[in-house]
Design a protein around this ligand. Sequence first.
Ligand code: NAP
Length: 276
Amino acid sequence: MSDIPQLTLNDGYRLPQLGIGVWQIDESTTPGVVSAAVELGVRLIDGAFIYGNEASMGEGIRQTPIPREDLFVTSKVWNASQGHAAAHNAIEDSLNRIGLEYLDLLLIHWPCPARDQYVETWRALIEARNAGKVRSIGVSNFNPDHLDRLIAETGVTPAVNQIEINPRFQNADLRAANDARGIITQAWTPLGDGRSFDAPVISAAAKRTGKSPIQVILRWHLQLGHSVIPRSTKRTHLASNLDILDFRLSDTEMAALTALNADDRCGPDPIAFEAD
Ligand SMILES: NC(=O)c1ccc[n+]([C@@H]2O[C@H](COP(=O)([O-])OP(=O)(O)OC[C@H]3O[C@@H](n4cnc5c(N)ncnc54)[C@H](OP(=O)(O)O)[C@@H]3O)[C@@H](O)[C@H]2O)c1
């Protein structure tokens, strides 16, 4: 779907606003999901070492006839690979597993502040970018103080901060902090474990627009201006998640969805998450 909007990153590269994530998709299912999504028009595929399916993500990419340069492939350095040398090894291993010469975007998956290694990990990402192994570099789950430390100590601002955003956990302050630093926000768990699918304001917007509650939520993400990477293993769902470009939520509907925020996370708090 060539009409998926693109966002311009602070390094000049362009990021499709809508893509897919492949967390919790098993290795045997991943190639078919990736190739079906690309066939339907998806160009942005969000993976990570810890998802355990980098090789099969690469297999799915190779099954598509789309030229490599038209795809946008993301991976992430896991917590156990933080540190300068370990991160360099992790980047090589991810490239080898996926079977690509370069990644479009590489993120530090979590800051793990207690480890206190994210600055040296960031230096490895900068070097990998300078060596042409990665086009854009960014972070995930970083708070403003983590962002500011990276920028102060290396002079390099992340291109992307991928964070939890869904109707019950809207993360507005962190979105604003990203904006203020010229960092593009990308939303993970954008559907919020289904916890707002039955909200009357979402049902009403779905009824008015002739769309599903999930399509309304994904449209809300697009209209907030960030990138979004919903996951699905089903072709009908993948197609319907793409079919959100032909309608608009009104200002009133956007405000009503904003009012659903309950600061209620699905995932861990980045301050405390240190899992290996
Ligand atoms: N950086 C991080 O720390 C972090 C953390 C979490 C996630 N992520 C990324 O964000 C991506 C998305 O988040 P997520 O995987 O947690 O969850 P999500 O995209 O919010 O939701 C996925 C769930 O929604 C269902 N679904 C999707 N489209 C649907 C549709 N049209 N109709 C009905 N059900 C639908 C899927 O089931 P079906 O398969 O049945 O469609 C699946 O159960 C991940 O895959 C990953 O790439 C990153």
